[in-house]
Design a protein around this ligand. Structure first.
Ligand code: DP6
Length: 327
């Protein structure tokens, strides 16, 4: 038998309203909904090849053989796909990113979105977008948002069946750019999965979650109306709320570096002087500066001149995860 192979590509996404904390850690059912935009130009490309000659799954990440917890997490997702397809073949998974991993550019989102699409297609499954988004969610929560295109909302849902992401506006709807000020490129000490499990230990988490519906409405409306000022206010508020929860959990999680804080002070000041931009930070020190495309050149140049900023990546709004090849 020849190998069953498919290659898929997915973009990472940057959350405007953050996912932080699960009500079910295994199924990755979030405590609150979230909204993000996909990042064009940054991507993970994953080739999955199921082969009866293999006696275990193999993971090759950016050219390196990987074992341990990363392989187990990939195998668990492949088990889901094998279960759905009724096949018992092991697979070789080759995945590569064109952006730094583990530094707040949510590499797991693009990785599990691409893996879900490639693995399901390799075994002949033609899943609908919602089913693919649910599958990707099992690998990494934020990955469910890298399946649909453009501006995306992950609905909390009642359970596994209805917790998936949908596009609220296509990529062409609003020409925004994420200028990522890269401050560190190493792996973060505490990954998101462990962080989610600590969220409930913060006395601030209940208040953050209670108010999430209001922030989701403000953010969705700002996107639909292309109202940058309204978007900027709610995006910065939501990032600060998530980091307040992180910093007050037990043990506390501090992801910021001094250069991150300097940018968090400078960006609102530059905005009040007329340069449209706002900041958001994930579980890492990098600062994502969101701005309209017309301002991106000036924003990127200004960021690159700040101390501690190693480089500035620019990404416009990206499309959905897509299949590149099936054989
Ligand atoms: C801070 O999706 O990376 O980026 O489900 O454990 O893989 P796992 O967590 P992950 O968490 C993302 C957290 C965040 C905010 C966000 O992207 O919404």
């Amino acid at each position: 038998m020849t190998a069953l192979t498919a290659t898929a590509l997915a973009h990472p996404n940057i959350a405007f309203i953050k996912y932080w904390g699960n009500r079910d850690q295994v199924l990755r059912l979030p405590v609150n909904g979230s909204i993000s935009m996909n990042l064009e130009g940054l991507f993970t490309r994953t080739r999955v090849s199921f082969d009866e000659d293999l006696d275990a799954d193999i993971l090759i990440l950016n050219g390196q053989d990987v074992v341990g917890s990363a392989l187990s997490r990939v195998s668990a997702l492949l088990d889901q796909v094998r279960g759905m397809a009724g096949k018992k073949l092991f697979a070789q998974v080759e995945s590569s990113n064109n952006f730094p991993m583990g530094a707040g550019i949510a590499s797991s989102a693009a990785a599990f979105a691409a893996l879900s699409l490639a693995a399901s297609r390799a075994l002949g499954l033609e899943l609908h977008e919602a089913e693919l988004s649910r599958l990707a969610r099992l690998g990494s929560g934020s990955a469910c948002r890298s399946i649909p295109g453009g501006f995306v909302e992950w609905q909390t849902g009642q359970g596994d069946a209805d917790s998936f992401a949908v596009s609220i506006a296509p990529a062409e709807h609003w020409k925004l750019v994420d200028c990522v000020a890269v401050i560190e490129t190493g792996h973060k000490p505490v990954g998101s999965t462990q962080g989610h499990a600590l969220a409930d230990s913060s006395p601030l988490q209940a208040a953050r979650v209670a108010n999430a519906g209001r922030r989701l409405n403000r953010c969705r409306n700002a996107i639909l109306k292309r109202d940058f000022r309204a978007l900027a206010e709610v995006v910065e508020l939501d990032s600060n709320l998530m980091h307040a929860v992180m910093m007050t959990s037990t043990p506390p999680l501090f992801y910021w570096e001094p250069a991150s804080v300097q940018l968090m002070k400078a960006i609102p000041a530059w905005r009040s002087e007329g340069l449209p931009m706002c900041y958001t930070l994930d579980a890492g020190a990098n600062v994502h500066a969101i701005c309209p495309a017309e301002a991106a050149g000036q924003v990127a140049e200004q960021l690159s001149r700040q101390p501690g900023v190693q480089q500035v990546l620019q990404a416009t709004v990206g499309g959905p995860a897509r299949v590149e090849d099936i054989s």
